[in-house]
Structures are given as structure tokens and as C-alpha cells.
Design a protein around this ligand. Structure first.
Ligand SMILES: [Zn+2]
Ligand SMILES: [Zn+2]
Length: 414
């Protein structure tokens, strides 16, 4: 049930539909409880193995990790993922602001009996994220896999806390968040300037920014690329000489902007000043936008989490970690951890699945190696996620889930 991400009712339905004898919920829950400790240990072992793999692949032990959180209503967990070859989860944490058992008894004004309580957070949701990031970073350090570079969204409080506790940790922004930030700025500027009111114009300028940022290997490259944008869209192309995406210098007479109104440059002085100040703002952040990481692997983990269900958030976390790191092998390892031998059918399905996954991975690896050769070595790890739980509320909070691949996203020229 943990592996499939279904509850007792689902399982009973499947059995009933196959005309097989049912198993009572009590029995299922009892067995699940017996095994969940071992499965939890398997998840931790799996993370430690992933950490070793990550260290082996990092240059000078400079482990980078990416990190993102997504919300489920009442529970919250995080994972640190490796984003090198494996995209495996390096660590995970869970914070929960609610416990079903506590709530049940409190609502009936009864004394809450002794139970396996999931409630472990009383602070604000914002502080929860920072707390989990720091806890995991400490644990990874204790396990000998210290994180040196964090790729995360722009949550300042989490970064600030990480930097207070680890003086040598550096933070890189996440591509999607940078893009969203620029897009919002452009939208705000467009409220005062008609020239920017067309979606197409804003999209074009956004593409220019992202291309400038992603197209630079060093801070200087990025600075140079960014400084080219405003003159280019306002019709002076002296700085465009070295780039092949602007054709003005090869054919000045016939040059037309494909995405600006009437193919003409922008003209408003006020708008120019606003865009220049946006460029200056990005240049001031050039350190953290160099070699932009991506939290996509975290998002894909979030997606996985959102497909699982269990009233106990810890089990969702463990199942998602194991599915991500071990896939079907999870079942075998869990059997062994519980001193049981897996059945023949289980194993044949598991190995068929692994083979299929292996083939996919080979293809991905080839693509990645090519990508590396093109754009230089880079390692990223992903960080945290929050995991939610609790039945219906959980379903209501699937907002996080856009499945994304782990491969790098190339930005086309503007
Ligand atoms: Zn409780
Ligand atoms: Zn140009």
C-alpha cells in the first residue's frame, strides 16, 4: 500500500473487482504498522547511498543541492535531491502542524491518549521551511555530505538562516523563480508605459533577459549580455556586434524586430530608464544568477508525493523517497529489511521495471553528457519539498504539481 500510494479502501476495491477475498482494514493497518519502521530505515539508507554517489560525482566534494518547497495543507516535508546524474533524494524532512488523532480527541473534549503523534511544528509556515532546510543541512554535514551550494527559490529567510549556520554555503537562484521575478517586474512597469502593454513585447523582453542570463558562463558574460538588452530594444545595436541572434549589423537596412510592434524599436525615455534599472538590479545579483540551478527535480518529487495517499505524512514521504531513489527495488529492499523473502512475481515485475528504467536512464545520461560537454561541468542537487497529507485536504492542495523533467531547459535566442 505504501509503495502504490493507496489506502485500505482502494486495495479492498481492487481485490473485490478481481473477485479475490478481501483483507480487513484493521489487518492491513496492523501489518503496515509492523513494517513501516523497517521501510523508514530503508528510506534513510537509500538517502545515505545517494549522498555517497553524489560525493563521488562532485568536484572537490563541492556538493550542490537544489531545494524547493511545496505546500500541502497540513503537513510539510522536505527533501534534498541530487541533481547530477541521479536526481536522487539526499535527505528529507517532515513537519506537521496537525495530527488526526489529537484533533479527534480534542474535538470530543477528551484527554488525548498516548499515540504515535505526527504533530511536530507549532511555529509559522514560513519558519517551518527554514527550519527544515537547516535541519537537513546539518544532518547532511554530520553524515559527511556537506552542502556547499544551494539552488533554491528566492526565499530570503531560508537562505539567511542557512548562511547564519553555515558560513561557507552559497546560494544560487532557481531559474523559474528568476524568470517569474523578471516577468512580474515587466508587468508592473507596463502599468505606466503603453509601449509595454502588449503581451508579445513583454514576452520578447523577458526572453532577452533569460537568454542573457542563461547564455553567460561567468558573471562578466552575464553582465555584458544584460547591458546589451536595453540599447538593442531601443534601436542601437553597437553592442550586438558579437551576437548572432541580432541580425541588425549584417543587414541594417532591412532589419526588423520580429516581436516588437510594427517591427520598430521602443522609444519611451521613461520606459528606457525603468528597464535600465531592472538591468542594474539583475547585474547586482549576477553572482547568484550565474549557473542558474533548477529545482525541477524537487518539483517532480512534489508531483510524485501528490499522487500518493496516506493519512500519515511520514509514510508518504518515505514512499516517495523510495520510489524516486529505488523504484521497484524498494519492494525487494523492504521485504529484506523485514526479514522476508519477496515472491517470484514481485521480483520479476521489479526487475522488468528496473530494466525499463535503466534504458531510459542510459538515454538520459547520453543527453546529459552531451549537455555537459556543451555547457561545462555543473552539478546541482535539489533540495527540499514539503509533503502533505490527510485525506481530502490533501487532495485540495495539489496546486504544486506540474511534472517536469530533470533535464536542463535551454533558452532559445530572443
Ligand atoms: Zn497527535
Ligand atoms: Zn541588436
Amino acid at each position: 500500500m505504501i509503495h502504490a500510494g493507496i489506502g485500505p479502501t482502494h486495495l479492498q476495491n481492487v481485490l473485490a473487482e478481481c473477485n479475490l477475498p478481501s483483507i480487513s482494514e484493521n489487518t492491513l493497518r496492523k501489518k503496515e504498522k509492523e513494517l513501516s519502521k523497517q521501510i523508514g530505515e530503508v528510506a534513510n539508507t537509500s538517502c545515505r547511498t545517494a549522498q555517497e554517489e553524489e560525493k563521488a560525482q562532485s568536484t572537490n566534494n563541492n556538493v550542490e543541492a537544489s531545494f524547493d518547497g511545496s505546500w500541502q495543507k497540513r503537513g510539510s516535508g522536505w527533501n534534498y535531491n541530487s541533481n547530477t546524474e541521479s536526481g536522487k533524494v539526499l535527505s528529507f524532512e517532515l513537519r506537521s502542524k496537525a495530527c488526526k488523532t489529537c484533533e479527534y480527541h480534542q474535538s470530543r473534549k477528551e484527554t488525548v491518549p498516548d499515540h504515535d503523534c505526527h504533530l511536530n511544528w507549532h511555529g509559522s509556515s514560513k519558519a517551518m521551511e527554514a527550519d527544515m532546510a537547516v535541519t537537513m543541512a546539518h544532518r547532511l554535514k554530520d553524515d559527511g555530505c556537506e552542502i556547499k551550494v544551494v539552488h533554491a527559490d528566492n526565499d530570503a529567510s531560508t537562505t539567511a538562516r542557512l548562511q547564519v549556520e553555515f558560513d561557507n554555503i552559497s546560494k544560487k537562484d532557481d531559474q523559474n523563480h528568476v524568470k517569474k521575478g523578471i516577468s512580474t517586474s515587466l508587468h508592473n512597469i507596463s502599468k505606466s508605459y503603453r509601449e509595454l502593454q502588449k503581451d508579445e513585447t513583454r514576452q520578447y523582453i523577458l526572453r532577452c533577459f533569460m537568454y542573457a542570463i542563461k547564455g553567460g558562463e561567468t558573471e562578466d558574460d552575464i553582465k555584458c549580455n544584460l547591458e546589451r538588452i536595453v540599447p538593442h530594444v531601443f534601436g542601437s545595436h553597437e553592442k550586438c556586434e558579437d551576437v548572432d541572434w541580432c541580425t541588425y549589423n549584417t543587414n541594417p537596412e532591412n532589419f526588423k524586430y520580429k516581436s516588437l510592434p510594427n517591427g520598430k524599436p521602443l522609444t519611451s525615455d521613461g520606459l528606457k530608464e525603468e528597464l535600465n534599472s531592472l538591468v542594474r538590479k539583475m547585474i547586482s545579483r549576477s553572482e547568484s544568477i550565474t549557473d542558474l540551478g533548477s529545482t525541477q527535480a524537487n518539483e517532480s518529487f512534489n508531483q510524485l508525493v501528490s499522487t500518493l495517499w496516506d493519512p500519515v505524512p511520514f509514510k508518504i514521504a518515505v514512499a516517495a523517497v523510495l520510489q524516486k531513489n529505488e523504484d521497484m527495488l524498494f519492494v525487494k529492499v523492504s521485504y529484506e529489511a523485514a526479514s522476508l523473502s519477496p515472491g517470484e512475481l514481485t521480483m520479476s515485475i521489479a526487475s522488468a521495471r528496473d530494466k525499463k528504467k535503466g534504458k531510459k536512464k542510459d538515454k538520459k545520461t547520453v543527453e546529459r553528457i552531451q549537455d555537459h560537454q556543451n555547457s561545462e561541468k555543473r552539478k546541482r542537487i535539489l533540495i527540499p519539498e514539503k509533503i502533505g497529507k490527510e485525506g481530502k485536504t490533501y487532495e485540495n492542495s495539489l496546486e504544486l504539481s506540474i511534472q517536469k523533467t530533470l533535464t536542463r531547459v535551454d533558452i532559445p535566442p530572443p
